[in-house]
Write a protein that binds this ligand. Sequence first.
Ligand SMILES: *[C@@H]1O[C@H](CO)[C@@H](O)[C@H](O)[C@H]1NC(C)=O
Ligand SMILES: *[C@@H]1O[C@H](CO)[C@@H](O)[C@H](O)[C@H]1NC(C)=O
Ligand SMILES: *[C@@H]1O[C@H](CO)[C@@H](O)[C@H](O)[C@H]1NC(C)=O
Length: 438
Amino acid sequence: MALKKTRALTHSFVSLFCLSLLVTGAHFEGDAIHRISPDQQLHLRGNLDIGLASNDTISPSAFAPWSYEPACTSKVGQIDSELCVYTDRHFSNGRGISIFTTPEIAEGFATVLASLQHPSSVLDTLGINSFTGAWYTHPVPRKGIGMLAKRDIQSGDTITAYTPVLLAYKERFLSKAQREKFLRLAVTQLPGPSRESYLKLATLSNDSSILAQDIASANSFETRLGEQKGAAEATVPHLTIIPESSRMNHDCAPNAIFHVNSSTLTHVVRAVRPIPKDQEITIAYTSPLDPRATRQKYLSDAFHFTCTCPRCLRGADADADAVLAEMAVLQRTLSAWSDPSSDASVKHAEHLIRLHREEGLDGYLDPAYCYAALMYSAVGSARGARKYAELAIKAIELRLGAGAPDLPAWRDMLDNPTKHWSWMVRKGGGKVVTATNE
Ligand SMILES: *[C@@H]1O[C@H](CO)[C@@H](O)[C@H](O)[C@H]1NC(C)=O
Ligand SMILES: *[C@@H]1O[C@H](CO)[C@@H](O)[C@H](O)[C@H]1NC(C)=O
Ligand SMILES: *[C@@H]1O[C@H](CO)[C@@H](O)[C@H](O)[C@H]1NC(C)=O
């Protein structure tokens, strides 16, 4: 989930972060929920001959670290590899986990699973896969089952933190029948409670012959697995199903946000503003910074629903996107923040923050806070720089997790604003900042 570097500036990778999340065309690779497109779902004649009956009576495995002998496709030409089902029934105190992937990726994956459990359970220590007491599920009008707040939730509170029960190589080359066979096996091999929570999830169609992939397509997040080989990412997207998190419905002004922590394999959902008891907890299934038409098309194609949140219902497209357009203009102005001849001011940054809040985009405030911190620093206000650097840090942690690469730079600024290279640059007191490509 590395942010793409769009432009190289001297002195700064801090400003790269500001540039990397523009209002339109925001890049959320790895945060997007993936779909298997419906046209992939052939209608099979009759049901597949593979039941989803349980077999919880397994003997100690001769296939360690896996609980069963991996079941594999024949070699797939497109990827020059077979794809196999691997299950660890003992993972995380018997929650279990299945993955349908290449033997090569499975090997690395097994190492990650082992590192989370030995010598002690990192997951237990971090409270992962345990109930936070913050939520319950309940039918929500027109939206099926939803997740609601069991108590008043504060901004920043962790709502859920769970590992997936199933990951599946994102592919388009298997036939639906073949895919179904292997995904069913992956689900069947899970321990009972995880298997049942998977099978209770919503489907997109009524076709039980493709049940396992239908559930996967309706409920997936995407994670990338595999080695980061040098600069070229060799990671492969996998559909990832976390049954608890799948209960959260979509909103274009969500009160919660998720990130995936790749070292703990955990999908973490945290509140981005206070959520009163019994209010529905929502996340965005697609970038809420995209124009309305883009959001609606994605939600309709991928999830077969029409978005009815207030931001989607607002008038014509131009009206619906008017605030996004205003935010884009402000961001453009602010991107020249270090240039003494630019108009950019703290007022622009504060206005951008206000617009995010009014739109319910509390979870996407980090670039706005970052501009505010840099603007205050540039004009020589240590207090303003600190205030917004601190808010930027919290916002980055919410959206990208505690390991986000930009955090150390912001912590430095928070600790020592007057030593930051941006200090007083708009007053002629600091170092002159120029773009290398100018
Ligand atoms: C359940 O698993 C055991 C041990 O792996 C096996 O011997 C048995 O045949 C399986 N039963 C069914 C119904 O698949
Ligand atoms: C599922 O079946 C019900 C009742 O048979 C029908 O009303 C509904 O339209 C079907 N949904 C889909 C997506 O096929
Ligand atoms: C993952 O979580 C651990 C434990 O909370 C944290 O130390 C680490 O920085 C996180 N990694 C990322 C990439 O966010």
